[in-house]
Design a protein around this ligand. Structure first.
Ligand code: 5RP
Length: 251
């Protein structure tokens, strides 16, 4: 193959993209179909590109008028409405029957997660904490071979109070972070990303994370840290869309 024309390569790229997209869809559809209780009253819906398919499938369910959906951020509010679902808030419904959300990386065995790639980690953790039935949906790229921090190499997302970010950065480096970045909003002019709670986001690279629970505890002890993207012991079920078009469940 000579790389003299884009024509040979464009279709291959398209196939690879649609493989990931269909993996997201099958994970989300199967998770909803196999887990949504028939008598669900309150359903949490997280953030990201995979839960778009969760909202879509929820909107097709026969009992869709019998439950309210609690979003974890701005993105899903509109999608919930677009899919003919009823919007609620965590203040109205602090007990959630089941919640679905994506992940940036999932470790096998304990099913610990890194989340927050989309900057919504605080509300995602709030909603996940409000249910005993937190189901994760993801494409095959999110499967970690062993430790968190292996596939996801952008660091642990950490939401911080804005004026604490320099201090928190210093403490993260003292804790062993190799790289600490204040997340920026797309262009040089945009400045720091502002979360839905008007905070900043730091991405801290701790390399391979052997003990996420211990790291999470240390991070939460730093003054200025609001919440971390380490979700430890929060889910018992993760649905993956796989590369071959099927799905698998880690539990
Ligand atoms: C947002 C998240 C998302 O759930 C996570 O980034 C996964 O997103 P996607 O489904 O697009 O891969 O934690 O803060």
């Amino acid at each position: 193959l000579r790389n003299t024309s884009n024509r040979l390569f464009t279709p291959l790229r398209t196939i690879a993209m649609s493989g990931v997209e269909s993996a997201k869809k099958i994970a989300a559809y199967k998770a909803v179909e196999e887990n949504l209780p028939g008598d669900a009253k309150v359903v949490g819906v997280g953030s990201g590109s995979t839960v778009v398919y969760v909202a879509e499938r929820l909107g097709q369910m026969a009992n869709k008028n019998q439950f309210v959906c609690i979003p974890t951020g701005f993105q899903l509010k509109q999608l919930i409405l677009d899919n003919g679902l009823t919007l609620g808030t965590i203040e109205q419904y602090p007990t959630i029957d089941i919640a679905f959300d994506g992940a940036d990386e999932v470790s096998p065995g304990k099913l610990d997660l890194i989340k927050g790639g989309g900057a919504c980690l605080f509300q995602e953790k709030l909603v996940a904490s409000a249910t005993d039935n937190f189901v994760v949906v993801a494409d095959f790229r999110k499967k970690s071979p062993q430790y968190l921090g292996t596939n996801w190499n952008k660091g642990v997302p950490i939401e911080v109070v804005p004026n604490s970010w320099v201090y928190v950065t210093r403490r993260l480096k003292e804790l062993g972070a190799k790289q600490v970045i204040l997340r920026q909003g797309g262009s040089a002019k945009a400045g720091p990303v502002i979360t839905d709670n008007n905070n900043f986001l730091i991405d801290a690279d701790f390399g391979s994370i052997k003990d996420p629970a211990a790291l999470n505890t240390k991070l939460l002890a730093i003054v200025g840290v609001v919440e971390t993207g380490l979700f430890v012991n929060m889910t018992k079920k993760v649905y993956f869309g796989d590369e071959d078009g099927t799905h698998s469940v880690w539990q």
